[in-house]
Design a protein around this ligand. Structure first.
Ligand SMILES: [Zn+2]
Length: 238
């Protein structure tokens, strides 16, 4: 099974020439403060794990491109470990990567971003739209959190967020060795409709939710849900 996961970086030119019909996955990660209990690479680990599992299980040829491992974040920039590039830089680099994939004749691209900030996702979307203006390739753009947060509501409160129960549980399943034992339970309330440039007052712990409640079993269930959702999406699209 494991050999089914294939990385563009590991193939030779002659092999890549035969891969133009493959579905090309581009994981997007980031380095970002995620509370005192989660590593800065949390979003990267989640995106890469989900992409690998989707590729392992999909009944279609797939290829994984090198991870775009920088993104845009404003609300967490005061936290240790947050390395943000600007909105325009992210849009430009995403455009360049997608254009290059297009030039290489990859026609089916799936971008999976572990970081789900709205401005970050908008930059990726604008880049994709710009490429599509001059190309007929197909691009799917999503965050694994588009699906993971569908599970908020019953067992997990709707206020759960960045670094909270769902994210902690998912990382316990993926990289338990990197999850701290001392986990916060932090309630955060943002003022409604207020435009802000400094979130440090509201996000001083770098997380929102009850990370103490998270379990590895819960994380397994959430990750399986996300993986199945993405598999269905890709099968329905390509
Ligand atoms: Zn995250």
């Amino acid at each position: 099974m494991a050999e089914k996961v294939r990385y563009l970086n590991e193939l030779k030119m002659t092999e890549i020439e035969n891969e133009k019909d493959s579905i090309l996955f581009l994981p997007v990660g980031i380095s970002e403060g995620h509370g005192k209990h989660l590593p800065a690479g949390t979003d990267t680990f989640q995106a890469e794990y989900v992409v690998e599992e989707v590729c392992r299980r999909l009944d279609k040829p797939t290829l994984i491109a090198p991870t775009l491992n920088y993104g845009y974040c404003r609300a967490t920039r005061h936290l240790s470990g947050t390395l943000s590039i600007s909105f325009d830089s992210l849009k430009s680099v995403a455009f360049d990567i997608l254009k290059s994939l297009n030039d290489q004749c990859f026609g089916k691209i799936v971008i999976v971003s572990g970081h789900a900030g709205s401005s970050h996702m908008t930059a990726l979307k604008l880049a994709a739209e710009e490429v599509l203006e001059k190309s007929d390739i197909e691009i799917l753009l999503l965050s694994d959190y588009d699906y993971a947060y569908e599970l908020k509501g019953e067992d997990v409160p709707s206020t759960d967020g960045h670094g909270g129960e769902i994210e902690t549980a998912r990382l316990l399943d993926i990289r338990e060795d990197l999850v701290g034992k001392d986990r916060p339970d932090t309630e955060v309330k943002y003022p409604s409709f207020k435009v802000m440039v400094d979130y440090s007052e509201y996000l001083s712990d770098g997380m929102r939710g009850n990370a103490r409640k998270a379990t590895k079993e819960e994380g397994r269930e959430i990750n399986e849900y996300v993986i199945e959702k993405i598999i269905n999406l890709v099968e329905d699209t390509f």
